[in-house]
Design a protein around this ligand. Structure first.
Ligand SMILES: NC(=O)c1ccc[n+]([C@@H]2O[C@H](COP(=O)([O-])OP(=O)(O)OC[C@H]3O[C@@H](n4cnc5c(N)ncnc54)[C@H](O)[C@@H]3O)[C@@H](O)[C@H]2O)c1
Length: 308
């Protein structure tokens, strides 16, 4: 008896890396899974149906239920076909894991307009379009049955977005936006029994290997960079027991799950009139106290994968 028996899930970008781990574990727990993947290169170029089909073949061979979808998640018709496919082939939709992503890294002064647009498109639009269609489906379910349908949204953010990684202004902006989308969706969809959370994976995949090079794996030891390590927390959020958690953001990798504190005011200065510039040097000292006035170092050390 699986924790997700009878449920239907979509995983975008589910044919490789972190997404493949999600698809496998959702299916193992009993969900029918639509594995979406465009099958492109790590920078978003190209298209290949084989990776999604291979993932589906693997899940089915292991006794699970799955079907393949090859659409671009950032395409309006493609996103609609994806949600329709889950409902048409498997009868319903309960879980949407938005995971598809690409990289086009460059410092801001060198980044082309096209590199900016491509990354913003796949991540932000590629999250929004399927989410909007899933949310509309759940709202319609509530209208026709009168009961909150429930539903689970897991979005994929990144520490690059939370902490601002140099060389990734396009990707960081998109990923920060995705963390914010989870908060908005948690509020908007609460009445439908739908939860929305964001995860920031830490894993060895082609995205992080392209950015950071090969990862060391010690024989006989727990492989903390295995991409399949991210799935248990994601699948837990999709279960009944995980349904009390919404609007949260987590860093997940190896055997670790970190709860990230979402923006909160840490100090303030206040006067009952507009500030004069001459007053602000002293006021700024008061505002910061002992706090640093520059960004802190990245939360993990040199060479660790935050880029993907
Ligand atoms: N690996 C990490 O440590 C890490 C860190 C932070 C965030 N992430 C995020 O996790 C997610 C998965 O990344 P990964 O590391 O597994 O990379 P990956 O390249 O192995 O997998 C991403 C998958 O998304 C698919 N894809 C890309 N654009 C698509 C589109 N428009 N429509 C449908 N499918 C598309 C690709 O074909 C690929 O199979 C991404 O959103 C990434 O930004 C990963």
């Amino acid at each position: 008896m699986g924790k997700l028996d009878g449920k239907v899930a979509i995983v975008t970008g589910g044919a490789r890396g972190v997404g493949l781990g999600h698809a496998r574990l959702l299916a193992y727990e009993g969900a029918a899974v639509v594995v979406n993947d465009l099958g492109g290169e790590w920078d978003g170029s190209g298209h290949d149906d084989r990776p999604a089909q291979q993932a589906v073949d693997e899940i089915v061979a292991a006794g699970g239920r799955a079907s393949a979808n090859y659409d671009d998640v950032a395409d309006a018709d493609g996103a609609q076909r994806l949600v329709d496919q889950a409902v048409d082939e498997h009868g319903r939709l309960d879980i949407l894991v938005c995971n598809a992503g690409i990289l086009r890294d460059r410092m801001a002064f060198n980044m082309t307009d096209d590199e900016w647009d491509a990354v913003i498109r796949v991540h932000l639009r590629g999250h929004f379009l399927p989410v909007r269609r899933a949310a509309a489906y759940w709202r319609q379910q509530m209208k026709s049955t009168g009961a909150p349908p429930g539903g689970r949204l897991v979005l994929t953010s990144s520490e690059a977005g939370l902490y601002g990684n140099a060389g990734q202004i396009n990707y960081a902006a998109a990923k920060a936006g995705i963390a914010s989308m989870a908060l908005v969706l948690a509020r908007e969809l609460e009445r439908y029994g739908v939860t929305a959370n964001a995860v920031c994976p830490r894993a060895r995949t082609r995205l992080t290997e392209n950015t950071f090079g090969a990862f060391e794996v010690k024989a006989g030891e727990f492989d903390v960079w295995d991409a399949d390590n991210v799935a248990p927390w994601v699948v837990y959020l999709c279960t009944e027991e995980g349904g009390h958690i919404s609007g949260q953001c987590f860093v997940v990798g190896g055997g670790s799950v970190e709860l990230v504190q979402m923006p909160t005011v840490v100090s303030s200065i206040q006067k009952d009139d507009r500030w004069e510039i001459g007053e602000l040097a002293g006021a700024a000292k008061q505002l910061f106290g002992d706090r640093p006035t520059r960004p802190a170092a990245f939360p993990v050390g040199d060479g660790l994968p935050l880029g993907g």
